[in-house]
Write a protein that binds this ligand. Structure first.
Ligand SMILES: NC(=O)c1ccc[n+]([C@@H]2O[C@H](COP(=O)([O-])OP(=O)(O)OC[C@H]3O[C@@H](n4cnc5c(N)ncnc54)[C@H](O)[C@@H]3O)[C@@H](O)[C@H]2O)c1
Length: 369
């Protein structure tokens, strides 16, 4: 280890958070405070009341109302971009130009053209850009990833659901503090949700395609279908992976969950299968696969649920935002692999666009390389 790397490891990276809106309040402010090797150096929000409220509450060293002023602060090493989607790419480009590393909320941008521009700028600069696809860092998903890489053999099929309960927000609002919003908060012009078909695919579908690629590798073609009724959007996406494995990923709000979690993946391989949600992962190896009987005369006698082995989570619990953020810091400070790089986020935006196109044109679409 060089002296330079050792020095960086010993120093806390100074973080500036752009945006003190809901996602900063739910995820980033606290994650930075708890993260190893990081200090919340600054917050910035155009809404003065929000900036002061959360900057003071979380002990930020400096409170900015102007983003350029925060970027001009030589002590800021990295910024978290926690603003509306439409502001992500412009804000990330400015951060890179100022020599700051970036962790940007998902989706990284709102069009393929702009994310390609950011990808090129990020590659040219020495700055690191990570996208906040935090589901990758859920303990259950990390365990599934390890099982796939280690014991599962060749992948045959992949299924993923990202299905919120119809009552999710009633309950969340009941048990979780309501986020504070500011009257002077900066919002993009127009309604980003005006085209809900595209918006839901970008907002929720990007999580799904990102999970699919994280767990099963590059995607070469998609065929998407949208069913829109009673204000609910239900997306079914058939996916073909470069490996030849097949997948179906679905996202829907009007659904009833009889699984372990609101998000769940099932991966079937030649030597075993895994079923994982955000927090837990169950596996069944080929060697441990029971031999069920199937008798149409009587109800099934076997309890299939009991036949799966849970992978114990022995790590100290951290929420997925914090885990992703800490891995990003380790990348910046110690050179560990970048866990959710910019190019991956750009691919996710491209894939959501192709899904949207596939539904309109009712056909399979190959993913341009
Ligand atoms: N990872 C997830 O699962 C997840 C969940 C929810 C939201 N998000 C993403 O988080 C992002 C932010 O969501 P939100 O609901 O907190 O947004 P928001 O628009 O309510 O809040 C953003 C805040 O940033 C401030 N801001 C924006 N641009 C600024 C600028 N140039 N200078 C100073 N202040 C600026 C605004 O004033 C506002 O207070 C979105 O991209 C959203 O998609 C991700």
């Amino acid at each position: 280890m060089t002296e330079q790397v050792q020095q960086r490891m010993n120093a806390d990276l100074k973080i500036g958070i752009l945006g003190c809106g809901p996602i900063a309040q739910f995820a980033h402010l606290e994650s930075v405070q708890k993260a190893r090797n990081a200090v919340l150096h600054a917050v910035c929000d155009a809404d003065e009341a929000l900036a002061n409220r959360f900057g003071t509450f979380y002990d930020a060293g400096r409170i900015y109302l102007d983003y350029d002023a925060m970027l001009a602060d030589p002590d800021v090493d990295a910024v978290i971009i926690a603003t509306s989607d439409a502001f992500h790419v412009p804000a990330a480009l400015r951060a890179i130009a100022a020599g700051k590393h970036v962790l940007c909320e998902k989706p990284v941008g709102v069009s393929v053209e702009e994310v390609e521009q950011l990808a090129a700028a990020a590659q040219e600069s020495g700055c690191r850009v990570q996208i906040g696809h935090m589901l990758r860092f859920d303990p259950g998903i990390q365990a599934a990833h390890a099982f796939i890489s280690g014991e599962m053999g060749d992948m045959l099929a992949f299924k993923a659901w990202y299905c919120d309960s119809t009552h999710r927000y009633d309950m969340t609002d009941a048990v979780q503090p309501l986020p504070r919003t500011g009257r002077h908060a900066m919002k993009p012009s127009g309604d980003p949700k005006a085209n809900r078909r595209r918006y839901y695919m970008l907002a929720h579908g990007s999580h799904l395609v990102d999970l699919a690629r994280f767990l099963a590798g590059p995607i070469v073609a998609v065929e998407a279908r949208l069913h829109e009724r009673f204000g609910a959007h239900c997306w079914f996406v058939d996916v073909e992976f470069e490996s030849g494995a097949l997948a179906q990923v679905t996202t829907s709000w009007a659904t009833r969950v009889k699984r372990d979690d609101l998000i769940q993946v099932q991966i079937d391989g030649t030597l075993g299968s895994a079923i994982a949600g955000g927090h837990r992962c169950f596996v069944q190896s080929l060697a441990a696969t029971p031999k069920p009987t199937w008798n149409v005369e009587v109800p099934q006698q076997m309890n299939f649920d009991e036949q799966w082995q849970e992978i114990p989570d022995n790590e100290p619990f951290k929420n997925s935002y914090r885990s992703g953020w800490e891995q990003f810091l380790r990348h910046v400070a110690e050179g560990d692999p970048l866990p959710s790089p910019m190019l991956e986020g750009a691919k996710d935006v491209q894939l959501t666009e192709l899904c949207y196109q596939s539904d309109r044109e009712r056909r399979w679409i190959s993913v341009p390389s």
